[in-house]
Design a binder for this molecule. Structure first.
Ligand SMILES: [Zn+2]
Length: 437
């Protein structure tokens, strides 16, 4: 396939390249060169690669959802409906331009089966997974929900059991058990007064073992102190923005931004999680999502009718989520200015009709927090690939990379709505195949 005369935005932070012909072969970008004008010879060719006219359009890498729990979410519906639920979530991603999805904690076998089933299908995204996440004994996400059976199936909606770790020995033993079949390791370093918290020495040992196996370690944290501990033992990416010690004090954010920039640790704040948890049950919030193009009028009714809508989420009180949301929105620009590698991920889709829309809302929140368009795209593409060690092979529009891309009819660098609003989406390309046009 050739996309002719398009403006390329590489997703790696390079300047826009107008007037390019982008050649795709065998699922990869094989050439990106100044556009050639049509000649009698090449326009009369009856055969040859398919040509897509990119005039006036912008080509960006396919987006990444870099933090979700696909199998966990499916537990909110009855067992028999789960395959359809997951299928619709997966096709929803690609329709939205999300061509890669990272599961951050879920059953290893289920993800392996799901990946095998979706691998040859360009209308579903590339899947990467952590397998079961590691936490402390009685730690989150187990202890908060143990014993409750809210959906009548014997399982907790949205919550996937993790591996509980009490020592360095158990950490190394249980990590070795799944390290060979997972793409990266997810650890949960969260707990008040050290109850249910993964021991820091165990986290350190897991990071060392994972790095020896060339795998990244992504660490869920709660406070700034947790974040510092995780960085000190070598975490590759911090999952979730932290709860500030004092919401009025922006110095903590500035200091943490400096630390992350210095150590090259990536930061995936999942702001939309805090927004959804803080504003659950609020009709005005659904109206705002509709105004932003995330929900339709019908979607508002669908979300409002959910039994979970308006219910507090385990472990994350509404007031605390609000503090976390406001503080992150006020201080995210400090991380950008310090040069921290930001990553876009949404975690939960509580106020949207398909999980992909939660990621689009995260991109809108990045923009509202003052992050420039080019850096938002980088956060949702090449930084996401870097987070799991795939940099250079996918997540950019560069020669040799996997040909996952979105063709937009207007410049997303000057207004992120041109990326998040479906009417600007001219085409989605997955593994070199035109999936949507
Ligand atoms: Zn998560």
């Amino acid at each position: 396939m050739i996309i002719k005369n398009v403006t390329v935005i590489d997703g790696a932070g390079g300047p826009p390249q107008p007037g390019r012909d982008v050649h795709i072969e065998d699922g990869r970008f094989v050439d990106i060169r100044p556009a050639r004008m049509k000649t009698a010879e090449n326009s009369s060719k009856a055969t040859g690669p398919a040509v897509l006219d990119g005039s006036g359009s912008y080509l960006i890498p396919g987006l990444w959802e870099s933090h979700t729990h696909l199998t966990g979410m499916s537990m909110s519906v009855p067992v028999t409906d789960r395959p359809a639920f997951i299928h619709s979530a997966l096709t929803g991603y690609v329709k939205t331009g999300v061509t890669s999805v990272c599961e951050l904690g879920g059953p290893t076998n289920a993800m392996r089966r799901l990946r095998a089933a979706s691998q040859a299908n360009p209308s579903t995204p590339s899947l990467y997974f952590a397998g079961r996440s590691f936490t402390g004994v009685n730690g989150w996400p187990l202890s908060a929900v143990r014993g409750t059976v809210p959906n009548g199936t014997g399982e907790n909606p949205g919550i996937v059991p993790s591996v509980e770790i009490d020592s360095v020995d158990s950490a190394r033993w249980l990590l070795a058990d799944q390290l060979g079949e997972i793409d990266y390791v997810k650890c949960i370093y969260d707990g008040k007064n050290d109850t249910g918290k993964l021991p820091l020495v165990a986290l350190k040992a897991m990071v060392a073992d994972a790095h020896r196996a060339n795998k990244k370690v992504l660490v869920h944290i709660a406070t700034g102190a947790d974040l510092r501990d995780a960085v000190a033992v070598g975490a590759d990416c911090i999952e979730h923005s932290f709860i500030p010690a004092d919401p009025a004090d922006e110095r903590e954010a500035a200091q943490i931004a400096e630390l992350l920039a210095e150590t090259g640790t990536l930061y995936c704040p999942t702001i939309v999680t805090w927004e959804q948890l803080a504003r659950t049950g609020e009709p005005a919030y659904l109206e705002e999502l509709a105004t932003s193009g995330i929900l339709s009028a019908d979607d508002i009714a669908t979300v409002a009718a959910r039994t979970s809508w308006g219910e507090p989420f385990p472990q994350h009180p509404i007031a605390e989520s609000k503090i976390r949301f406001d503080y992150t929105m006020r201080t995210l620009h400090l991380f950008h200015e310090a040069g921290v590698k930001l990553v876009a991920g949404s975690d939960v889709p509580l106020a949207v009709t398909t999980p992909a829309l939660a990621l689009l809302r995260e991109l809108q929140l990045f923009a509202m927090a003052g992050i420039p368009g080019s850096d938002i795209i980088t956060a949702a593409t090449s930084h996401a690939a870097t987070k799991i060690g795939k940099q250079g092979t996918v997540g950019t529009v560069t020669i040799g990379a996997v040909a996952d891309a979105i063709l937009l009819d207007a410049n997303p660098l000057t207004d992120i709505a041109r990326l998040t609003n479906s009417r600007h989406r001219r085409a989605v390309i997955k593994d070199g195949e035109l999936v949507l046009r």
